[in-house]
Structures are given as structure tokens and as C-alpha cells.
Design a protein around this ligand. Structure first.
Ligand SMILES: Cc1cc2nc3c(=O)[nH]c(=O)nc-3n(C[C@H](O)[C@H](O)[C@H](O)COP(=O)(O)OP(=O)(O)OC[C@H]3O[C@@H](n4cnc5c(N)ncnc54)[C@H](O)[C@@H]3O)c2cc1C
Length: 280
């Protein structure tokens, strides 16, 4: 049962309370309270960050998403600033409008689920995690240590996520699950692609729910720069990623189904990207 509830209105106050109480920090509560309801965690002290206001920033071709930014806030910002609009396709499949009005990208990252849709977006966009009070800045692939495991000390909090601004790319996202909204994905894929005269100029490919953390391989990506954007290339990628994936069996799908999905989603990505008009 919760014994202490704090609701600081400044970052300094939040950090002080965190240091003194080691309470559990939360924002939307859409992950935390579900876990508490099922008895997975039983914190005595919770620290609500909702009163701390800071704005999303666009600086040096980076988007800085601070704590308490909801998915709805982020969507509005992207539309207003006409940047990274492809993220709309990922965000609009996270939960329901109610969840998007409360849930935050930072909560998604701290939860460290291999099925987390905004974790996938953060890997895709070379994200860094900005931590206070230590001011550590850690690439997402080093920050996520495994399912529900992150590199965060007891006195630290996530202050912001920093992701690349990527415009004029082709984009494909698909998440496979039992229903469209409100699902935990069985497998997901996101691909960002820049083509130059039919050749790959830049690419990032990420898979969710098929490994203990998001699956991305920067070596494979750099090896195919300059290659022709072709079905042969995507068959090669499909084989490589199928081999690299380390899915588990669970109630939603078997290991072998998930491996097959990695292959099929990569091929599907090719046909969709081929017909995709470059979007902002
Ligand atoms: C019905 C429903 C549908 C959902 N659908 C999806 C979906 O489609 N895709 C998906 O990816 N997720 C989904 N989720 C999960 C959840 O909504 C998201 O992960 C959301 O982004 C969590 O954000 P939050 O602010 O609510 O996190 P919270 O619940 O507030 O926090 C989550 C975790 O992060 C920690 N935390 C929060 N803020 C900080 C901080 N500043 N520093 C350090 N730690 C922090 C908390 O201690 C907690 O462990 C769904 C949840 C529900 C209930």
C-alpha cells in the first residue's frame, strides 16, 4: 500500500525527494499502476512528476522530449513544427486516446519492455537518454539492459529523451498483434530509409518483441549503404534478422512464429517502402 505520495513542482524538489526517499517516480501511471494492481511491485512512496512543466525543444537537428511530455503533446508538437511526422504512425497505435493523453515516452522507456513502441522509435532515431542529477547522456542501446532493466542509479531520474530529426525519409511501421489498438505486439518492425538514385543512402531497421531488447544491427545497416534498394537486398536482410532474433515462447505467440514474422515483416517493408511517397 502507498504510504507517501509526493507531487513536487520543480525539478530540484523532485531530485531532493527522490534522493531522500528513494520513492518510485511516475508520470502517466499507465504502466506503474497496472503493475501495482497486479502486485508486481508494491512501492511505499510514489513521486508524481506531473506538476513539473518543461517544453519539447528542437535544437541542432535533435528533438528533446522532457519528462511529462505525453504522446498527445508530442503529436501536437510534431504537427506544429512539421518534423518527424512519420512518428504519428507509431504513436497513434499506442493504446487508446485516453492512454495517449496520459502516457509518456519517458515512462515507456523506463518500463524497458521489448514490446514498447516508443522504445522502438527511440532506437530507430539514435536516441539518447538524458539523466539527472548526474547529467549522464546514454545511448538507448546502452541504457536498456534487458526486459524491465535500465541503467539508472537509485538517486537518478530520466529527465529527457533526445532523438534525431529525420525528414524526407521513407518510413514503414507495422505491429502485429491480436487487435490494432491496446495491444502488446507479438512482433513489430520500423524502417527509415533514404534512397538516392535507387541506392540506399541511409537506413535504420528495428524490430520489437523478438529479442530481450529492441533488435537493431548498425553493422548490417552500414554494410548496405550504397547497395541497390531491391527485393534481393531485403531477402538478405530478412535472413540476417531472422538469424539474429532471439524470441521467446509466450501466450501470444511461439518462438518459431515470431522468427517467421521477422522474415515476413522485412519483405513486407520492402514492398511498402517501394510504393511509399517520401514523407516529412
Ligand atoms: C490499456 C493500455 C494500453 C497500452 N498500450 C500500449 C501500446 O500499444 N504500446 C506500448 O508501447 N505501451 C502501451 N501501454 C503501456 C504504457 O501506456 C506506455 O508504456 C506508456 O508510455 C507509459 O508511460 P507513463 O507515463 O504512463 O508511465 P508510468 O506508468 O508513469 O511509468 C512507467 C515506469 O517508468 C518509470 N518512470 C516514469 N517516469 C520516470 C522518470 N522520469 N524517470 C525514471 N523513471 C520513470 C516509473 O517508475 C515506472 O516504472 C499500454 C498501457 C495500457 C494500460
Amino acid at each position: 500500500m502507498i504510504k507517501n505520495y509526493y507531487s513536487p513542482s520543480t525539478l530540484d524538489e523532485l531530485l531532493k525527494i527522490k534522493n531522500n526517499t528513494n520513492g518510485v517516480v511516475f508520470s502517466g501511471g499507465t504502466d506503474l499502476f497496472v503493475k501495482m494492481r497486479y502486485g508486481i511491485i508494491k512501492p511505499q512512496t510514489v513521486i508524481d512528476t506531473k506538476k513539473i512543466k518543461s517544453a519539447i525543444k528542437l535544437e541542432n537537428r535533435k528533438l528533446i522530449i522532457p519528462l511529462n511530455t505525453t504522446y498527445t503533446d508530442l503529436l501536437e508538437f510534431l504537427k506544429k513544427n512539421k518534423t518527424n511526422l512519420f512518428l504519428e504512425k507509431i504513436i497513434k497505435l499506442i493504446g487508446s486516446p485516453m492512454i495517449r493523453n496520459r502516457g509518456t515516452p519517458i515512462g515507456n522507456i523506463a518500463n524497458a519492455s521489448p514490446a514498447g513502441d516508443f522504445i522502438l522509435a527511440t532506437y530507430l532515431l539514435n536516441g539518447n537518454i538524458i539523466i539527472k542529477p548526474t547529467n549522464r547522456i546514454i545511448p538507448i542501446e546502452n541504457f536498456i539492459l534487458g526486459p524491465s532493466k535500465i541503467d539508472l542509479a537509485q538517486n537518478e531520474i530520466i529527465y529527457a529523451i533526445e532523438i534525431d530529426v529525420k525528414n524526407n525519409y521513407k518510413f514503414f511501421f507495422e505491429k502485429v498483434g491480436k487487435r490494432n489498438a491496446m495491444i502488446i505486439s507479438i512482433a513489430s518492425i520500423a524502417v527509415l530509409l533514404k534512397e538516392n538514385n535507387g541506392k540506399i543512402e541511409d537506413i535504420s531497421i528495428c524490430f520489437g518483441s523478438v529479442s530481450p531488447t529492441i533488435l537493431r544491427d548498425k553493422n548490417i545497416e552500414s554494410k548496405i549503404i550504397g547497395e541497390e534498394f531491391s527485393i534481393e537486398l531485403f531477402k538478405y536482410l530478412a535472413n540476417e534478422f531472422e538469424k539474429l532474433s532471439k524470441p521467446i515462447n509466450d501466450v501470444r505467440a511461439s518462438k518459431s512464429e515470431r522468427k517467421k514474422l521477422v522474415y515476413n515483416l522485412t519483405i513486407k517493408a520492402f514492398y511498402n517502402l517501394k510504393n511509399e511517397v517520401v514523407s516529412i
